[in-house]
Ligand binder design. Structure first.
Ligand code: CUA
Length: 450
């Protein structure tokens, strides 16, 4: 009797949980209402079966409970019952699966007016490519991938020259414009999913997969990688910003083409020396940094990383967060740097300076730090040398007290919370490995040994 009551309560509890639960589908923001319909049909069919089967079980538990002198009957063949059950089950399964086939038929047929957008996945980063004015994406191959050509676009292919490259994990789309999203992976399996769009698809190395959708609501959406792809899988995020056509067009004109990125002249160290004068006051004439002025060393740091940080300070992505007192000093100075070419020149000059080793200042447990570094090395390299392809700067030989402060800032959200700082956002998520301040010192003490 008790078991029967428990079963009935279980059913009632499940139904209440289903209808009152705050964890339900996010609001739909694409054309794929049909996917929601199929999910709802599945809920209804499985829900009815769940209720009926459990109620029937409760009834049987009560009806055929043990009583003296009651003898069980053995009835292995019952054609009538079997026909009846098979028929109902078939109808239920067909009702669940048939609408899915209809939706799948639409999903694999991309509409004529869909615009091609390529999403490139790699451990643990997204970037995007648009076909440009000719409407055709140029050939690409990982053999062409280099620091200057991270997309691996074939430089010989004329159709690739006008391809629009978006190296950041943030892409814009125009509202009500169907998109055919072509998916390419540089390394392992990934999966491109925006929950509000309701469709998702795997990226498979060596082939181009696709999915199409029409964004219908202006807004900002998170892209999640939904295929386990390594240690930072959870931090492999991007954003889709759905704009009005006007805003989209304005955004598009600001994006560089492949030809633009290849034509960019290298930085001029001689010209950079004059511009570096404003940096020298705090970072020292030889770029060694000055602890008394809270200025880290600049020499020995990769050019692409320095360039990005200067751009961040210049554009208010770094140095604007509450609590970032030292960054707040950098921001107005970098805002005065006139243009991209000057940034390249300053970086070229810094890179021309000789690098001197620093005296360690951070004290910590090197063994404990080494254990923590097991997570960091996936991106920053086993020797802390930094890996540009993973957007991870070198750590070895860099100012140790500065590393400590940055890790503290990532952990407390002072750094990495700005919506434009996609890589900082990743670090903010990774900084959860530090359970306390001491762990940060331990890690940096280990980095000092590299
Ligand atoms: Cu990429 Cu998970």
């Amino acid at each position: 009797m008790l078991m029967a009551v428990v079963l009935i309560l279980l059913v009632i509890g499940s139904l209440i949980f289903h209808f009152a639960s705050p964890w339900y589908l996010t609001p739909l923001a694409s054309n794929w209402e049909l996917i929601d319909t199929t999910i709802n049909i599945t809920f209804v069919v499985t829900g009815i079966v769940f209720v009926l089967v459990n109620f029937f079980m409760a009834y049987c538990v009560w009806k055929f409970r043990h009583r003296p002198n009651l003898k069980a009957e053995y009835d292995p063949e019952n054609t009538k019952l079997e026909v009846w059950l098979t028929a109902i089950t078939s109808v239920g399964v067909a009702a669940m699966l048939a609408p899915g086939l209809v939706v799948w038929g639409q999903f694999v047929n991309v509409p004529e007016d869909a615009m091609d957008v390529e999403a490139v996945g790699q451990q643990w980063h997204w970037s995007f490519r648009l076909p440009g004015e000719d409407g055709v994406l140029g050939n690409s191959d990982i053999r062409h991938v280099s620091e200057q050509n991270p997309f691996g676009v074939d430089p010989e292919d004329p159709t690739g020259q006008d391809d629009v490259l978006i190296a950041r994990p943030e892409v814009h789309m125009a509202v009500d414009q169907p998109v055919n999203l072509l998916l390419r992976s540089k390394d392992v399996l990934h999966n491109f999913a925006v929950p509000q769009f309701r469709v998702k698809m795997d990226l498979v190395p060596g082939m181009v997969t696709y999915q199409w959708f029409t964004p219908t609501v202006v807004g900002r959406y998170d892209v999640l990688c939904e295929e386990l792809c390594g240690i930072a899988h959870f931090a492999m995020r991007a954003r889709v910003i759905v704009d009005t056509q006007e805003d989209y067009d304005a955004w598009l004109t600001e994006q560089p083409t492949f030809a633009d990125t290849m034509a960019r002249p290298p930085g001029d160290a001689a010209a950079g020396q004059a511009a570096y004068a404003i940096c020298a006051a705090c970072h020292g004439p030889d770029g060694q940094g000055m602890q008394a002025l809270n200025s880290p060393k600049l020499t020995g740091q990769e050019g692409w990383y320095l360039r990005r940080q200067i751009q961040y300070f210049k554009n208010g992505i770094r140095g604007t967060a509450e609590g970032d007192t030292f960054g707040a000093t950098m921001a107005p100075i970098m805002a005065a740097v006139p243009d991209e070419q000057t940034i390249d020149n300053i970086v070229a000059y810094i890179q021309s300076l000789p690098e001197e080793p620093l005296e360690p200042t951070v004290v910590g447990d090197v063994v404990a730090g080494e254990r923590l570094y097991g997570t960091c090395q996936a991106c920053h390299g086993a020797d802390g040398e930094g890996i540009w392809a993973l957007n991870a700067p070198g750590l070895a030989g860099q100012t140790d007290w500065y590393l400590v402060r940055q890790l503290q800032n990532f952990r407390s959200g002072i750094r990495g919370s700005h919506p434009g700082d996609a890589y900082g956002d990743q670090m903010r998520m990774m900084a959860d490995i530090f359970t306390d301040e001491q762990a940060i010192n331990d890690l940096v003490a280990y980095v000092n040994t590299l």
